[in-house]
Structures are given as C-alpha cells and as structure tokens.
Design a protein around this ligand. Structure first.
Ligand code: XIL
Length: 367
C-alpha cells in the first residue's frame, strides 16, 4: 500500500497539470482570437474564416482566372494562387487557334489538356476561349485563299475537334471573340466576315450548338462595358440573333480597364443584356496603372476591383468575374500596353494586393 499513495498523488498532480495546461491553452486561444477580431478589418477576418471561393459560392457566382500552361504545370506558388482563390480557369492562350491547330488537321492538345486536367483535379470549372477570333490565327488559316464552302468546312473541323474533345468538361465557350472594330460600332471585317459574310456569327453559333447542344455559347467583347456606340451595336446584334432564334446564351464583358476609368455604370450596361435573358460575365478583368504604380493608385485599385465584383452581384444572371492572369508577373499588360503595369490582384511575387481585398469586400456583404 505504501507504494500506492504516491502513485495516486502523482496521477492527481499530472491530472491537474493536464487540466492547467488545457486551461492555459484555451485562454491563449481566446485571447488570440479576440486580438485577431479587433486587429483585422472585417473583410480580412471574413477571408480568414472563409476563402474567396466560398464567399463567391455563397453569392452563386464564379471567380475565374486566365492561366498559362507552363507555370500552371511547373510552379507550385502559381498553382496555389489559382486553387486558393478561384473557382474556374480560362486558358489564356492554349486553346487559341494558332496553338491548338498550328497546321491544318494537326492538333496540339498538350496545353489544353493540361489546363482541363488541372481544373478537374482541383474541382475548378473551365471556360473555353476562343473559337473564332481575328488574332492568333495560324498562317495557313489567315493566308488561305478560301471559298465559302472550304472555310465552312475548316470552321466545322475546328469546332468538332475542340467542342467534341471537351464535351461535358468545358461547359461554356467564347464562340465569337471581338466581333466589332476596336473603337467603333462597325463589325470587324475579319476572315470569317470577308468569306462568309456578316452572318458568320449566327452560322458559327448554330454550328457550335449542333456539335455540343449543352454548351453555353458566348460572344466576348471589349469596350462595351461603359455604354456608347459599340455597346449599342452589340445590343442590336444580340437582339437580332435572339429574335432569329440563334443559339446564344451569354455575353462576356472583357473588362480590360485603365485605372481611373472603370465605368461607374458597368452594372447598368450588363443588366441591359441580362434583361434579354442572357447570361453575362466579366470575362478578362484587369485594371492597368501607369508606371510607376504608386501606393495611392494601388489603394484606389482596391475600390475598382470591389466595384466590378459588386456590379456582377447586382445583375441577375451575372455568372462570374474572371481576372486576366494569375499575377502581375504573368500579365499581358506590360507587353501590350507599354507604360502600364500592376493590373491584377496579385503582385509579381504572388503577394495579394489591395485589389484582392476589394473583391473580398464586395463578396463579404450578405448575399
Ligand atoms: C491575350 C493574352 O493575354 C496574351 O498573352 C496574348 O499574347 C494575346 O492575347 N482579349 C482576349 C484575350 O480575348 O484572348 C487576349 O489575351 C487579351 C484581349
């Protein structure tokens, strides 16, 4: 028995120690939580509790990002930004004609497959971009001396290949990209227009629908976000197509904005189209800042990103907001708009910028 008492005493002491340690731990957790609750502003707190994808999900919208194949398949930091913050991806270049069918009948599926496989593996949606566009066409297509029958055949081959390969896996497509002139209301006289005539748009949409009847078919355009002649021209085109029963399901508002020039009335212009029963998206958002990007500009960019996401939330059938690139390191802006930079929500080192807070703020409002 002598030995028993100390043992029991020891057990009691240990029990007390455990209790005390557990108590102290609880107290520390409570204090840290309280400090965090006071120290972090509301949006960051919400983000800490629920990620951007969950916040977007609560509003039933998607948050997308344009991805490049090389970093998507090689750079873990790049991958994490995509999977932690977004719910869908768009191939920035890999599904464009020059990459996917560089020679007639020769398809390169490496890039597109990598994007779709990555997305599926991580439970992300994929938006298909793009079937008919005047840019990034391979020379065999652009320089071909086509008659109408041949070009129709080429169009069908291309659509059957892409829509067919990803049927059920890519559920929305930019069938037509940038059908109007850069700065005007006139139709763009691209290859398709020249050979097939203005109705190439209706023809392409009908063909795509025939090949994949379940896919949501979009026209994607820039410079229609703030109203004016180009927006009106798009509206006339779309109403005409719908009146004729052409299968068109959505309009992508690209949203390549200049800092200080994000249209205040973006929601109003998107609503005009959604009132026709169409889906709308902000499909390629970036807000470029003149060099050098000062602190104040980056803070104002936060408001601009917030405004765009808020606009989508205000418009029925606004399905998603997609940004055009994973980080400022990968943005097309410095190359295409010399003198401009810092257009995206993550900086060159994958650090989140105020713009990301702007999206969180918009999405943190109660649905
Ligand atoms: C851009 C890509 O971001 C660049 O890498 C490429 O060199 C050119 O195209 N509108 C579109 C997108 O629909 O496909 C374009 O993407 C940007 C403008």
């Amino acid at each position: 028995m002598r030995g028993a008492a100390p043992v029991r005493w020891h057990a009691l002491t240990r029990g007390r120690e455990v209790l005390l340690t557990a108590g102290a731990l609880c107290a520390v957790i409570l204090v840290v939580t309280a400090i965090l609750a006071v120290a972090l502003p509301q949006p960051e707190r919400e983000e800490a509790e629920r990620g951007l994808p969950q916040l977007a999900g609560a509003h039933e919208i998607g948050l997308g990002v344009a991805v490049a194949v090389d970093p998507l398949t090689h750079d873990p930091d790049y991958q994490s930004v995509v999977t932690d913050n977004y719910t869908s991806v768009t191939a920035e270049n890999a599904m464009k004609w020059e990459h996917v069918q560089p020679e007639r009948y020769q398809f390169d599926w490496n890039g597109p497959d990598a994007v779709v496989d990555f997305a599926e593996h991580h439970g992300l949606d994929v938006h298909g971009h793009t079937l008919l566009w005047h840019n990034q066409q391979p020379s065999w297509l652009a320089r071909g001396d086509w008659d109408t029958g041949e070009l129709r055949e080429v169009m069908r081959e291309h659509m059957e290949a892409l829509l067919g390969r990803y049927q059920g896996r890519i559920t929305s497509w930019d069938v037509i990209n940038e059908p109007f002139e850069d700065h005007g209301p006139r139709p763009r006289e691209n290859l398709w227009y020249q050979v097939l005539g203005e109705d190439y748009i209706a023809e392409a949409l009908s063909m795509a629908h025939e090949i994949d009847p379940a896919a949501k078919l979009y026209i994607n355009e820039f410079g229609i976000e703030g109203g004016g002649a180009k927006t009106d021209a798009m509206y006339s085109l779309v109403t005409d197509l719908l009146d004729r029963g052409v299968p068109l399901h959505g309009i992508g508002f690209q949203g390549h904005f200049v800092h200080g020039n994000v249209p205040r009335d973006l929601a109003e212009h998107m609503r005009r189209f959604s009132d026709l029963g169409l889906e709308v998206t902000v499909s390629e958002l970036d807000v470029r800042i003149p060099e050098p990007p000062r602190e104040q500009a980056l803070r104002q960019q936060e408001q601009e990103y917030q405004h765009v996401v808020q606009a989508c939330l205000e418009v029925p059938r606004c399905m998603s907001v997609s940004v055009w690139g994973v980080s400022d390191q990968h943005s097309w802006i410095p190359e295409w708009f010399p003198g401009y930079t810092a257009a995206l929500p993550f900086d060159e080192d994958y650090e989140p910028k105020p713009a990301l807070d702007g999206m969180v703020e918009a999405l943190s409002r109660r649905p």
